[in-house]
Design a protein around this ligand. Structure first.
Ligand SMILES: Nc1ncnc2c1ncn2[C@@H]1O[C@H](COP(=O)(O)OP(=O)(O)OP(=O)(O)O)[C@@H](O)[C@H]1O
Ligand SMILES: [Mg+2]
Length: 385
């Protein structure tokens, strides 16, 4: 007589119950490393945040004096947390073997009599496959878990290593000739040429001079290379041919950090970060007094926006307001050369008028790209592309 299949239905229930019993402790134990890992991740994220701040504000002293915190967190997540996981994995495996024994024991015990009534092949099939299926199930969970763990750790370690490299691989500090950001700076361009890496756009520039305190307008149709020239001058694009001479030194030989202190730059598209408008303007000069910040913002007509909170890119602001913030940021920097890429963008007629006055009466050298004939009139010279 054959055993009815219905009477075997208890089996999965029994197996799951036994598995749960055998694995309860290791599973509970496993919560601790998960929590520890989660908190370590948060802690590391916090430290990395302050590191990024330190790097952006070039506060290397802060970054180096707090490096032990980073190394501690690094060590904790690389050595201690995996040890906790290993400890739990051993318990888990022990539990798994134990559960196999229990399941098999129960199965043999309870089914012995009935098994006598089953076909030999079916007994063998059940004995061999049911406990094994459960075992494979748990092994799969453990394997996925371990693989997932390694992947998570790999990313964490890579991120930490990248951050540390940013801190120590900054060769800009040591490279190039230092230059003083004083009012005597002049820039002389001769046979300047630039080809974008796609090799499709090769730009050739006429010679130009931006003398100390001079105003030079760069004009030309869309795509004539105004912004490209500005990107070369500001060091955003490297690999120009020809010569750009700054007070007798070739631009490419200058220390980029030291050169950046010599100019303030308003890009064609303003860059805004999340925070307040005041904080965005302060990026021009992190050491500026509150009074100076307010004065600049007032002069540019955005004092009332000082405490307004914006998100990245400033979608909460009008185009003209963004442009004014970008100009205020450059003015707060108080560098001897102003480099403006279409500074009149989005400005209303009053703003345009104010901008013309600013350029005309500035005691700094100003190089600006523009399509605006009235603004061009404010220049001492025009570089027509
Ligand atoms: N990253 C890039 N890769 C390849 N080509 C580029 C890149 N950026 C700009 N160009 C090309 O270089 C040329 C000069 O561009 P650039 O932005 O300097 O012009 P522009 O004079 O500032 O124009 P606009 O008046 O529109 O601001 C254009 O033909 C442009 O398509
Ligand atoms: Mg442009």
């Amino acid at each position: 007589m054959r055993l009815q299949h219905g009477s075997l239905m208890w089996f999965p229930k029994l197996v799951y119950g036994d598995v749960a019993k055998a694995m309860t402790f290791p599973l509970l134990l496993n919560i601790f490393p998960e929590l520890a890992e989660g908190y370590a991740g948060l802690f590391i994220a916090g430290i990395l945040g302050s590191f990024s701040d330190a790097i952006f504000s070039i506060d290397t002293d802060y970054a180096i004096s707090n490096i032990w915190k980073l190394l501690l967190a690094f060590g904790f997540s690389i050595f201690i947390v995996p040890l906790m996981h290993l400890f739990c994995a051993v318990f888990m495996l022990k539990g798994a073997l134990y559960h196999d024994r229990v399941v098999l024991g129960r199965f043999l015990d309870k089914e012995y009599q009935k098994a006598m009534e089953m076909d030999v092949g079916e007994v063998q099939y059940r004995l061999e496959n049911d406990p094994n299926e459960m075992r494979y199930y748990w092994m799969e969970v453990l394997t996925k878990y371990i693989v997932g763990f390694i992947i998570r750790k790999t990313l964490l370690i890579k991120t930490l290593a990248d951050r540390l490299l940013v801190l120590y691989k900054d060769r800009e500090k040591e490279s190039g000739i230092d230059i003083e950001p004083d009012g005597s700076l002049s820039v002389l361009g001769r046979d300047v040429e630039f080809t974008y890496p796609d090799q499709k756009t090769a730009l050739k520039y006429p010679s130009f001079v931006l003398g100390a305190k001079e105003k030079l307008a760069v004009t030309g149709r869309n795509g004539s290379g105004k912004s490209t020239l500005i990107h070369i001058l500001t060091g955003l694009l490297k690999g120009y041919r020809g010569s750009i001479n700054v007070n007798g030194r070739e631009l490419r030989e200058l220390n980029p950090r030291s050169w950046r202190r010599c100019f303030a730059y308003v890009p064609q598209e303003p860059y805004l970060f999340c925070g307040t408008v005041g904080e965005n303007v302060r990026l021009g000069n992190l050491n500026a007094e509150d009074g100076a910040l307010f004065q600049v913002m007032d002069a540019v007509g955005i004092a009332h926006l000082k405490d307004k909170t914006i998100s990245a890119g400033g979608p909460e602001l009008s185009g003209g307001e963004k442009q004014r913030i970008s100009i205020a940021r450059a003015l707060l920097k108080d560098a001897p050369i102003l480099i403006f890429d279409e500074p009149g963008n989005h400005l209303d007629p009053a703003g345009q008028l104010w901008l013309r006055d600013l350029i005309k009466n500035s005691d700094k050298a100003v190089l600006f790209a523009t399509h605006d004939g009235d603004l061009t009139q404010c220049a001492d010279k025009v570089l027509a592309l």
